[in-house]
Design a binder for this molecule. Structure first.
Ligand SMILES: C[S@@+](CC[C@H](N)C(=O)[O-])C[C@H]1O[C@@H](n2cnc3c(N)ncnc32)[C@H](O)[C@@H]1O
Length: 264
């Protein structure tokens, strides 16, 4: 029987690194009038974004930072080693804490899939953004994602069939609880295979549900001069259409994902 790896299932379910890489490049170009070359992927896990980044341009370089040896090893075996040597040589992985890693100096720091929600206090969030600020050059930016909505304020379960070439399974995102007093929530990610087997609690998260103004204020406090929220447009059925633009006003909705950008 083929052993299914939880990182592979995770990547198929919640990652879109090529879309994210292009989004970052276009944001930076619009802001600074030139393409960014050096990306740091914080909380990089299996560092797929780093790999997409170096594929996108022959001068692109990427550094990934993560505390955990396990996803890094998976990424080395399954992504890095499959790249041509010329691309491999432009990726560096640091096993370390994003709060204490400030070198090399890069053009963009990116943190995705809400990883910085592990910081539960404003002091820790500001410390993280300060660390990112120290790690970028004069023409530098940070890009993070955020999610929320009325659905994120209650226990609930979302199921989605994920299929592609050679795989089909159900992704199950369980919100275990929501603590209104602390604005925190716990989540579990499970996977159900087509043979009925369930991989329970493949990933578990305990997060502060940061609001958009809190994130922007923390970025400003860390030194970023300007912040913007990129909000997703909707299709004719009212579902997210994958197009994000900078907005200062929109109505609330049940579930939303947005990007917050801080400019140095
Ligand atoms: C949800 S995964 C994110 C994976 C990937 N960034 C993505 O977009 O899907 C969170 C990762 O953050 C790492 N992590 C948690 N705290 C960290 C810290 N202080 N410094 C570096 N990595 C950290 C964990 O080891 C884990 O691999």
């Amino acid at each position: 029987m083929i052993k299914i790896n939880k990182y592979e299932l995770y990547e198929h379910s919640v990652q879109d690194p090529d879309v994210e890489a292009r989004f970052i490049r276009s944001l930076y170009k619009r802001t600074f009038g030139k393409p960014p070359l050096y990306l740091r992927e914080d909380f990089c896990g299996t560092f797929k974004l780093c790999c997409e980044w170096v594929k996108m341009g022959k001068d692109n370089k990427a550094v990934g930072v993560d505390l955990d040896r396990e996803p890094i090893s998976y990424g080395k075996k399954n992504h890095l080693e499959r790249l041509p040597p010329q691309q491999q040589s432009r990726i560096k992985i640091i096993r370390g804490n994003v709060l204490h890693t400030h070198r090399p100096i890069v053009d963009v720091v990116g943190a995705f899939n809400f990883s910085y929600y592990i910081f539960k206090t404003r002091a820790d969030l500001v410390a993280y953004f300060k660390s990112a600020y120290k790690s970028i050059g004069k023409k530098g930016m940070i890009v993070v994602d955020a999610f929320g909505g009325t659905d994120a304020m209650d226990a609930n379960v979302e199921k989605r069939v994920v299929k592609g070439k050679g795989y089909k399974f159900t992704y199950i995102w369980e919100q275990k609880n929501y603590n209104v007093i602390r604005n925190e929530a716990e989540f579990n990610m499970h996977f159900k295979m087509s043979n009925g087997r369930v991989m329970r609690n493949a990933f578990q998260y305990d997060w502060r549900m940061w609001t958009l103004p809190e994130i922007r204020e923390a970025m400003r406090e860390a030194g970023f001069k300007k912040t913007s929220v990129y909000w997703e447009g909707v299709d004719k059925h009212g579902r997210g259409n994958g197009h994000f633009r900078a907005l200062e006003y929109d109505d609330a909705c049940e579930v939303w994902i947005a990007y917050i950008v801080g400019i140095k």
